[in-house]
Design a protein around this ligand. Sequence first.
Ligand code: SER
Length: 387
Amino acid sequence: MTPEQIVRTFVDYFRERGHALVPENSLIPPPGDPVLFTTSGMHPLTPYLEGRPHPFGRRLVNVQRCLRTTDLDEVGDRTHLTVFQMLGSWSLGDYDGPRSLRWGYDLLREGFGIDPGRLHVTVFGGDERVGPDLGSLETWRELGVPVELTGAENWWSNGPTGPCGPDSEIFVWTGDGPPRGTPGTDGRWLEVWNHVQMRYHRYDDGRLEPLRQPNVDTGMGLERMEMVLRGNGSVFEGEAFEPWVRGVTGLWGLDGEALRRVCDHLRSSVVVVGDGVRPSNTGRGYVLRRLLRLVLTELWRADPARSLGDLPTEPVERTLDRFGQRADVGELRDLLLAEERRFRGLLRRGGPIVSRYRSRSRGPLTDEDYRYLHDTHGLPRELVDAL
Ligand code: SER
């Protein structure tokens, strides 16, 4: 299946079951929102999960681009990305978690043709505040899917405060040969879909209170589903990355994790710029700046003459097209080049400072050293590491 077919299959399945398609939001949350970027499909729906009636009703479905900096360190493996697309379905105080799991199982089997023998799930086993999720446990047992009970890994929240609740994650076996172990013991189990029962609100002081209505919030990673359904070795073999991998390999001959990181960060930077962010030293702009500096650090490791100005336009255009963004490719290239010049300048000025500092300090730099270099000389940590 192509990504378009996956999206259509998912959306049609839920529309046939009374869900209204809600339009995709940008990566930029509305003003006043505490998070920098939209990190999951539920995020723009927060007020409705909290009880405000949604104009489209109580059953919703959508496709949402998301950005997660929390996964930044993991990018380079087979499955993590900073920007990805999430297919989501919601019950706003309508049907319950077991209903959602049954539909999920049916869609994976009948709609996507996944052999149920390749499935494993995890369920919240309870903690000191909330008991085990027996409804999900029983449902999966009835469906004959193996279950692993866990603790904090199966408690979903979008941040320190806000709606949260126990979740049940669905994994597909991606190894050669028959499945082995459990999601907790074997990394070849790939999480593709998460069903969260958003039943609580967490306050600043950690207190949990039941929401006005119990909701269900599910999220499926599109790039991961494509990997599973096509039997690809990683998400970087998918359609969204094909022009990036081709372009970056042809230009700079990178491979392995470096290639994946450069492709991921460049593509994410394009999407972030496409949603209107410009580089800066704080907030969203700093995330963008950081992504680009990680790319440049990777590129200059082998050859400091490499330049973002050489990037082919095809991957940039295809990415902007995919997300329906209208950024001007020429302006985007100028922006990348300006960031590159700025970073080169910083490296030139910072190099001697850091090497002086290193030769004076014994052993590796400590957090305090990094703080000093940042506060006194304006040198951020990733820059110090790159010197
Ligand atoms: N909010 C959940 C997640 O991001 C399900 O959408 O995994």
